[in-house]
Ligand binder design. Structure first.
Ligand SMILES: Cc1cc2nc3c(=O)[nH]c(=O)nc-3n(C[C@H](O)[C@H](O)[C@H](O)COP(=O)(O)OP(=O)(O)OC[C@H]3O[C@@H](n4cnc5c(N)ncnc54)[C@H](O)[C@@H]3O)c2cc1C
Length: 382
């Protein structure tokens, strides 16, 4: 019986190499991308070439054959440098392709999953709609049967990567009734007639491109219904659960970046002849951040380990995401307070970290929705 909290040699090597990559090749791209709100597409090719997009997928399917722990290590490192880039990665490497890996036909995997792992095609995932992202069961986008395939009509809001995506997995209702087995996933190519995207301006993760998708009688052939079968809603829930652990790792990276920046600043900023970190108010704030982040770290990697053991439950995924994302918001707000006026200035990183951290108490299900899931596990019906 062993309880071993250490990362393996392989995990440590992944962390070291991704940390170096982020420092040397990714960090120099951040300022321009954030300023211009444009994602540098070449990053997908770079990540693909290095095998990072496929880290958690089996080698037999073209992945690197690592695990969810490795995926979370990569996410943490990426988010510590730029959450905008990391969000685009998340929508691509998990939300847009995990369902294809899990349930796609051989032809679908060959045409979409394999080039996506290489970073040659960019993926997105369209679930949320203008009438409500929290109540996904009530989604209105409609797929109507026509000879040879389906016609899709509706809209999808706040869809990451949609302005640059080669394809988007679209959730649509194949029957009018509200039952969940009437919801299916369709692979929709970005150049399909009737598929249009309006780019959105955001406060957070500005270097990740987000859009409103309009679906106006878009024809999707039978062979692009995911898995060539209707009723894939349970797959969406499974995918979201796993990705909640993933985005919790992203949040952890943001929280860590906020703490590191704060420790450095508190160590060199002198006020009244003293380093501000030597004032108890600031020191305690830093101590609370460090303790909070340590707790989130163990929960995130426990969640990742549960994914690898096939033991992740929706309840646990919600706890992991709730704790880590709220930690990142608290830590980045504390960082701004520690920086004082400098915290509000764009030349320092902590304002951006805070704006970015707020995205994950909303995206992938708001904190309220995570609390609902946890409360259901306690026997209540919020
Ligand atoms: C930057 C960004 C990127 C995104 N990327 C994607 C993407 O790639 N694909 C995708 O499909 N979606 C994406 N989303 C959408 C995201 O998942 C939704 O914004 C989120 O689920 C919340 O939905 P909503 O915005 O419609 O808020 P609403 O559902 O309108 O919620 C508004 C408020 O009401 C509360 N609320 C609603 N229902 C309940 C309830 N039952 N119990 C308690 N409180 C409730 C919420 O917690 C929230 O505070 C993205 C969002 C953002 C901000």
């Amino acid at each position: 019986m062993a309880l071993d909290f250490r990362l393996s040699e392989e995990h440590l090597a992944v962390r070291e190499s991704v940390r170096r990559l982020c420092r040397e090749e990714v960090a120099p791209l951040v300022n321009d991308a954030e300023e211009n709100e444009v994602f540098p597409r070449e990053l997908f090719r770079l990540w693909g070439r290095l095998g990072l997009i496929g880290a958690r997928y089996p080698a037999d399917d073209g992945g690197a054959g690592l695990d969810k722990v490795a995926d979370c290590i990569i996410r943490e490192e990426m988010s510590a440098v730029c959450q905008g880039f990391a969000s685009s990665w998340s929508a691509h490497s998990h939300l847009g392709i995990w369902p294809i890996w899990k349930a796609g036909t051989a032809a679908q995997k060959l045409r979409y999953f394999v080039p996506a792992l290489a970073g040659e095609k960019i993926a997105g995932f369209g679930l949320s709609e203008p009438d409500g992202g929290s109540n996904v069961r009530a989604l209105k986008t409609r797929a109507t049967r026509v000879p040879g395939g389906w016609r899709l009509n509706g809209s999808k809001l706040y869809i990451t990567n949609s302005p640059i995506a080669d394809f988007v997995l679209i959730a649509a209702r194949t029957r009018d009734e509200l039952s969940i087995d009437a919801i299916s996933l369709f692979i929709v190519e970005g150049n399909s007639p009737g598929f249009a995207v309006s780019r959105l301006k955001k406060e957070g993760i500005r270097s990740s491109e987000t859009g409103l998708i309009h679906l106006d009688d878009v024809f999707v052939p039978d062979h692009l219904l995911l898995g060539e079968r209707e009723g894939t809603y349970p797959l969406i829930l499974e995918s979201l659960s796993e990705n909640r652990v993933g985005v919790a790792a992203n949040s952890l990276g943001l929280a860590r970046a906020a703490l590191e920046a704060s420790v450095a600043y508190a160590g060199q900023r002198l006020v009244g002849g003293k380093r501000i970190g030597d004032y108890q108010a600031v020191a305690h704030r830093l101590a609370d951040m460090a303790a909070d982040i340590e707790a989130a770290r163990w929960l995130v990697y426990y969640g990742a380990w549960c994914v690898d053991q096939g033991q992740l439950t929706p309840d646990l995924a919600a706890r992991v995401k709730l704790v880590a994302s709220e930690t990142a918001v608290r830590a980045s707000e504390s960082a701004i307070r520690i920086f004082g006026g400098a915290g509000i200035m764009r030349e320092y990183p902590v304002g951006r970290i805070h704006r970015d951290a707020l995205v994950y108490v909303i995206g992938e299900g708001t904190s309220d929705i995570q609390r609902n899931l946890i409360a259901r596990g306690l026997g209540f019906k919020p």
